[in-house]
Design a protein around this ligand. Sequence first.
Ligand code: GDD
Length: 421
Amino acid sequence: MLKAIILIGGPIKGTRFRPLSLELAKPLFPVAGFPVIYHHIEACSKVPDIKEVILIGFFQPNDALTRFINSAQMEFKIQIRYLQEYTALGTAGGLYHFRDQILAGQPDYFFVMNSDVCGDFPLKEMLQAHRKRVKGSYCTILGIEATRQQSLNYGCIVENKDTHEVLHYVEKPETYISTTINGGVYLFSPEIFQPLELIFKQNLDSKYSFDPNITTSEVIRLEQDIFVPLASSGKLFVYDTKRFWSQIKSTGAAIYANRHYLAIYQTTHKDRLATNGEGKPKIIGDVTIHPTAQIHPTAVLGPNVSIGKYANIGEGVRVRESIVLEGATLQDHSCVLYSIIGWNAVVGSWTRVEGTPNDPNPNKPFAKIEVTSIFTNDGKLNPSITVIGSNVQIPSEVVILNSIVLPDKSLSGSYKNQIIL
Ligand code: GDD
């Protein structure tokens, strides 16, 4: 029997996802028609032995999370539970804290997945590789190839190319170590609780020496506290993949992930993709439309568009490379490019909403989406996709370019490169 844990973090993170994360926790944000972690659970559901998925975070459970868990359980016929940390315990503190729950039923192995990564997760292949390792090995890490420069933003792994043993691990190094990065997906053997217990006890003992950076001695960082010392011990391995993988840290990354998940549907779920036909809107490339959305047949959608529940798309509307969330209205002849239109927002007729893609450099093999902050060093907004918050009203015949509009605003004119508070 196997289990899977998804680390969903908590409310203090997700700042590059604002204002959307103010309304809905980032792991529940819809990408390609489904919440981010739905894609994780769907990948788990394809590994026959996974009998339980445990979400670990430090969110107060709310209706949206409960509804999501109930409907995912029904759909995938897997037990799904949320376990709440009393405070942020780090990427491994929660695993140790809830060890009895994780080990209940004696799973042979368990996956751990960061919620803020997306991809074509090779879980079955990781399992196969892990099973072949020497008995007593603790973990197989999903390894991703990155560029030299971008690797510095991730955990970096030096591996033995023949045995795939981790020889050296550095979390977000200052200088170049390796282009193999930690993809934030792991397969653990239950024996991992031995080093976790050791670190936990060490931290507990040292709690009497005051360190202002550590709020609780129960914090364990999987990367620095476990992977760094375990490198070269013969217990840590990598499974390298060249399949699609990306972080989802920003709204620009959500648009990028949306495109890739839609492309994956071409082989896995053609039924989720809209098709052309009599009386239907014109579809270009990959588009997903919720069955409850109302789309005028003269609208042109795509490529890479997701239209949410009860959205209303008027006559002659053009949408590409965008996510239109539940209940949003795009009035006649409006145009939406590289944008996210928030829940129940209204875009007036003949209005243009446009953002700038943050795609990885297509000329650099293995380039990932850039980890940029919202602002430039001189305090200006970095050009990125346009985000229209929930319930925003945009009038007719205006242009909103590279801007972020906070929820509930009624705009009166055009805006460019601004955060509208
Ligand atoms: N439950 C819980 N509790 N989850 C947490 C906590 C915590 O205290 N802290 C972080 N997480 C979750 C986040 O929600 C996210 O899904 C994941 O753990 C990683 O969190 P970050 O702390 O933001 O790390 P990172 O994304 O910068 O780097 C990690 O992921 C990279 C791959 O995306 C590291 O593991 C890197 O080595 C790795 O390359």
